[in-house]
Design a binder for this molecule. Structure first.
Ligand code: NAD
Length: 358
């Protein structure tokens, strides 16, 4: 697969990707290489990366606990301490080997330690391949509030090795699919339609869908790197999805949802809002709802849950002057940004969602 050219770095693939990685490391005089992993990617992905690296530079491994609850400033603090104890300097290189938690947090650590070190993302989950590792957004959650702390800063390279997906649990694969669905919904009906029947999908088909998903994301980011306008589109499903994810993270009585699972619910709710507010045709709303509700288990929300989820919308990063701004769809493949929605319509969207599962 041909490299994809991003802002000032490349997204490279599989065997030729490793060649580029080794060339980049050899061309720079890095003092040390620090590989950040979580305990799963340490066991399942690190051995093959170590095997593929051709360098005499000293390699240190820094491990964090897996999962969203560890995407915190406290975990960063532990990694900063480890870097200091291992004598990291600004000429060191950080390689983030993991899912979106590792690439988001590792990118933020690299961007802030000694005011910035080079970093490379090697995503190992589907979600981080198609979305989190690309585009330069790095950061952590503040308590349970999603991604409140962070910085936009690009890696030197992103290397996609789809063979890592062989060990990814099924629910994590489904979580990653949500961001691919999103890319179709905001940018390409043709891409969306390829998801209507996944039963006959081969590994080659999946690799192509991953490649095309990255192209969609990269094109949006190239047009608007600092999210002044069109990049907001990538937040489709995330306004309510992030609030639902935060609510479930902070409430021990609710089941914890994976990022993509929460975003999938957000996309159904926001498709309903799009139908009412920006004219998404009824049959397209039904098509989106059917595909997403067949892929993800239903979640029930009480009146009190919904009230508290709506309260959390005030923390959304797209808000201006205290107003919550949604991304909606005009039709599949065409998004619209900066939409304000009355709360009663949001309540109706939850009612629509719960009726889907009756
Ligand atoms: P994650 O990093 O928690 O990974 C999911 C789980 O899969 C973890 O338990 C991890 O250890 C495990 N795992 C990863 N690779 C594996 C492999 N090859 N084999 C077996 N297990 C493996 O979560 P995620 O879904 O990858 O990413 C979600 C995060 O990404 C969220 O924090 C979200 O906010 C963030 N995100 C960021 C952006 C961005 O633009 N920066 C975009 C979308 C999502």
């Amino acid at each position: 697969m041909q490299p994809i050219i991003a802002a000032n770095y490349e997204i490279v693939f599989n065997t030729t990707g490793y060649q580029k990685l080794n060339t980049l490391i050899q061309a720079n005089t890095y003092t040390k290489i620090f590989i950040i992993v979580d305990s799963n990617t340490q066991e399942l992905c690190l051995p093959s990366l170590l095997n593929a690296l051709e360098t005499t530079v000293v390699i240190e491994v820094i491990e964090i606990e897996p999962g969203e609850t560890n995407k915190t400033i406290e975990t960063c603090s532990g990694v900063w301490d480890a870097l200091a104890a291992l004598d990291a300097d600004r000429k060191g290189l950080i390689i983030n080997l993991g899912g979106g938690v590792v690439t988001d947090l590792g990118g933020f650590v690299a961007s802030t330690f000694k005011r910035g070190m080079d970093f490379i993302n090697i995503p190992t989950s589907l979600l981080s391949m198609v979305d989190a590792s690309v585009g330069g957004k790095t950061g952590v959650d503040l308590g349970t509030l999603k991604n409140l702390i962070g910085i936009i800063n690009n890696p030197q390279l992103v290397l996609i090795d789809t063979s890592f997906l062989a060990t990814l649990p099924k629910n994590e694969m489904r979580s990653g699919l949500a961001e691919m669905y999103k890319h179709g919904l905001i940018a390409s009906q043709e891409y969306w339609e390829q998801f209507s029947d996944l039963t006959t999908m081969t590994t080659d088909d999946l690799n192509q869908l991953i490649y095309d998903s990255i192209i969609i994301k990269n094109n949006v980011v190239l047009e608007d790197p600092t999210e002044q306008n069109i990049r907001k589109m990538l937040n489709y499903g995330h306004t309510l999805g992030h609030a639902i994810e935060s609510y479930c993270l902070s409430n021990s009585k609710k089941q914890t949802l994976l990022h993509g699972e929460a975003i999938a619910i957000g996309m159904i709710l926001e498709s309903y809002l799009s139908n009412k507010q920006t004219g998404l045709p009824q049959e397209q709303l039904e098509n989106i709802s059917t595909i997403l509700s067949n892929m993800y288990d239903p979640v029930s929300f009480s009146k009190d849950d919904i009230h508290q989820i709506i309260e959390l919308l005030k923390y959304d990063k797209k808000n201006t002057n205290g107003k919550v701004k949604f991304v909606l769809l005009k039709e599949i493949g065409i998004g619209v940004i900066d939409q304000e929605i009355p709360n009663d319509l949001i309540h109706q969207s939850f009612e629509y969602y719960s009726n889907l599962n009756i």
